[in-house]
Structure formats: C-alpha cells, structure tokens
Design a protein around this ligand. Structure first.
Ligand SMILES: *Cc1c(COP(=O)(O)O)cnc(C)c1O
Length: 379
C-alpha cells in the first residue's frame, strides 16, 4: 500500500522567498527585536489593515493583553468576549484581574450576536470593553456592534487573529475597533512562527504599547523604569519572515477560497452537511473551511467523521469549544450560549492550508464521501 503523507489542518506555507527574506536579515545581523525588517513589517501590516499605527509583538495574546491594559481594564471590570472562540480571546481579561462576560453567536456568520451583546450591555454596568472576534476569517456584524459600543460608550477591540486580508463592506478587518490585533502563529494565514501585532489610530496609545512591550524602559541609557513592563516585542529576524509572507497574502486568500469552494461543491449534496454561511463571499479570507453535520438527518456524527479522517492521516478538528463550557470559565456569565454549543457539537474544520495541493484536497473529499457511503466511520 502506498504511504500517503499526513494532511494538516493549516500547515505553515514557506516559500523560497521566505528563505531569502530570513537569510537577508541574518546576513544583516539585525536579529534583535529592533531593526529595519520590523519597521517595514509594522508599516506594511498597518497599510493593509487601514491603520496609522502598529506595534509588532510576540503573539496576538500579548497584543490583546496590552490593548486591555491601555484601556485601563483591571479588577472589578467586566469585558465582553464571544463564547465561540479560542481561549486566547479571553485569557488576557483574566491576566488583568477583570471578568469575562461571554456572548453567544448568531447564525448568519457564527460571530458575536449583536442582540445578545445589547442584552449584556444593558444589564451589566461594569462592562468596560468589548472584544469582537472575526471567526475563521469572516467579519462579525460590525455595523450593529459598532453602533452598540458607541451608544454605551464602551471601546471595542477587534480580535482579527484569524482575519488578516478579510474585509467588511470594503473596510479591512482590523480597521474598525479602537484597537485591533492579528496573530502570526504557525497555523494562521501568514506566519512569523509565533507573533502578533497591535494596531490603532492613536499614536500615543500604540507608543505606550511599544514602551510596555519593551520592559517599560525609559528612553535613557541607564535603564530607568517608572512602570512594570513586559518582554513582548517581535524579533527583527521573524519580521523578515513576516514581510515575505505578507507579500504573498493575496495568493493565500485566493487559495483558501478555492479550497472552500471546491469542498462546498463536492460535499454539499451529502445529507445534513451545511457549510459555514458566508455573508460576503469577497469579504472573507477563508482561513478555515468549516461545516456542520446534522444527526437528525444522517447518523454520521462529528466524532465518527473526525476519527475516520484521522485513520487515513487527515487532520480535521471540531470548531472552537465554547468558552462558557470550558472548566476554567465555568462560573462566568454567558448571554445565551446554546447556538455556540450546538455548532460545537456538530461542526468540523477541514484542512485548508494555502500549501495544500488540489490532489490532497481531493483525498479529503474522497475520504468524507466514503464515510457517508458506508454510513459508518468503520472502514
Ligand atoms: C490564534 C488566535 C489568537 C491568539 O494568537 P496568538 O498569536 O497565538 O497568541 C487569539 N484569538 C483567536 C481567535 C485566534 O485564533
């Protein structure tokens, strides 16, 4: 039997240009967290996201931590976060001693439900910030969410970790909140191995973030400190990788979109299978292709399908497990939560990397069709 290489959910996609770009930085000897590649990467991501200011960091999580701190979030405050997201969207709330308040998804984009957000803002006067997530590279219903944040005078942070290159009614993901951030973790649409960026339009706020991220070091030679800082800056070497990856972003979005469209046309006829609704086909970046199964219509469940795919070396995953169902957040408030819980029970993310070939994608399609044909996960 022929051994097939494993197909990953979203593997890093590294090109000869990336090798050349990193090599050029190594040759320049600018390998510390300062240098021309870093400046260029910040400027290029800010331009792409329609922002005036940006600071490159170790991770998206670090970016959210700094955004919340600069907004003055602390003990006694509450911060809204969607429940259907990765834990990193909420953890920094807790770093600062504040309370997360979770909000359910809506069915049109699977993102934060504006009606539930309104209910939260109405009933909780301690809410001091809102984090919105653009899940799987599709923007949330920003018109309504921005209106609500404005009406209640609460700043909005866009968790655009998965959404670089996406847009909402022509506005880039990451251009809409008081702050926004991207992640360049290994599985994201572009990667710096690990990394993130915080963006905003107020120079003083982004400079404050840069200062806190650099151990809160005062601009004097003798290491003067007036605040507690962090070591959160991105290395110039990794920014070199970021620059070549970013130059390739449009191809990456197009390739992931082609994966989505091919999966959808090849699998939509399977009983109970429904692809993630895409409100604006030209606005999403198609980071991951996701669909739901429906056990009321067909006996194949999420776990049966995931195990069957794993058995042929295909890495698929459930959707994010809602945060209100996580043991660590079990006592936290959640407005709604049933829709997110249902999506989690029935949803699957398929291999979607921009380095995945058409043949590999066909292997995934054939494997899923085979499971439905047999009507069981057993080969
Ligand atoms: C990846 C991710 C993050 C965290 O980014 P890191 O760079 O891994 O810290 C935050 N939120 C969402 C929705 C993510 O997918």
């Amino acid at each position: 039997m022929q051994i097939m290489p494993r197909i990953y959910l979203s593997a890093p996609d590294i090109s000869p240009q990336d090798h050349a770009s990193v090599d050029a930085v190594l040759t320049s000897n600018w390998v510390a967290p300062i240098g021309p590649a870093l400046d260029a990467f910040e400027a290029a991501v800010a331009a792409r996201a329609g922002r005036s200011h940006a600071v490159a960091l170790h991770s998206g999580t670090a970016a959210l931590h700094l955004a919340l701190q600069i907004l003055g979030i602390g003990g006694g405050d509450a911060v809204v976060c969607p429940t259907l997201t990765f834990a990193a969207s909420a953890n920094p709330i807790c770093y600062l001693g504040a309370e997360p308040v979770f909000v359910d998804s809506e069915s049109r984009t699977w993102n934060m439900d504006p009606e539930k957000l309104e209910a939260a803002l109405q009933s909780r006067r301690d809410i001091k910030a809102v984090i919105v997530v653009h899940l799987y590279g599709q923007c949330a219903e920003m018109t309504r969410i921005l209106e609500l944040c404005e009406a209640y005078g609460v700043p909005l942070i866009e968790d655009a970790a998965e959404a670089l290159g996406a847009s909402y009614h022509g506005r880039p993901a990451g251009s809409m909140g008081a702050f926004s951030f991207f992640s360049f973790n290994g599985n994201k649409i572009i990667t710096t191995s690990g990394g993130g960026m915080l963006l905003g339009d107020e120079a003083v706020q982004i400079e404050r973030a840069r200062y806190l991220a650099t151990q809160a070091r005062e601009p004097v030679t003798h290491y003067e400190h007036k605040a507690i800082g962090y070591n959160y800056r991105m290395s110039n070497l990794l920014a070199g990788l970021g620059n070549s990856q970013l130059a390739d972003l449009d191809r990456r979005v197009a390739t992931r979109r082609a994966h989505f469209e091919a999966y959808k046309s090849a699998l939509s006829d399977l009983t109970g299978v429904r692809f993630m609704p895409i409100a604006d086909p030209d606005g999403a970046n198609y980071w991951l292709t996701c669909f739901t199964l429906n056990p009321a219509e067909h006996p194949i469940t999420r776990d049966v399908l995931l195990v069957a795919l794993e058995n042929v070396d295909i890495e698929a995953r459930p959707l994010w497990k809602p945060l209100h169902l996580q043991p660590v957040f079990k006592n936290k408030a959640c407005f709604g939560g049933e829709l997110a819980a249902d999506l989690f029970e029935r949803g699957i993310c398929l291999p979607s990397g921009s380095g995945m070939s058409g043949d590999e994608r066909q292997r995934v399609i054939d494997a899923i069709r085979a499971v439905f044909r047999r009507g069981t996960g057993n080969a």
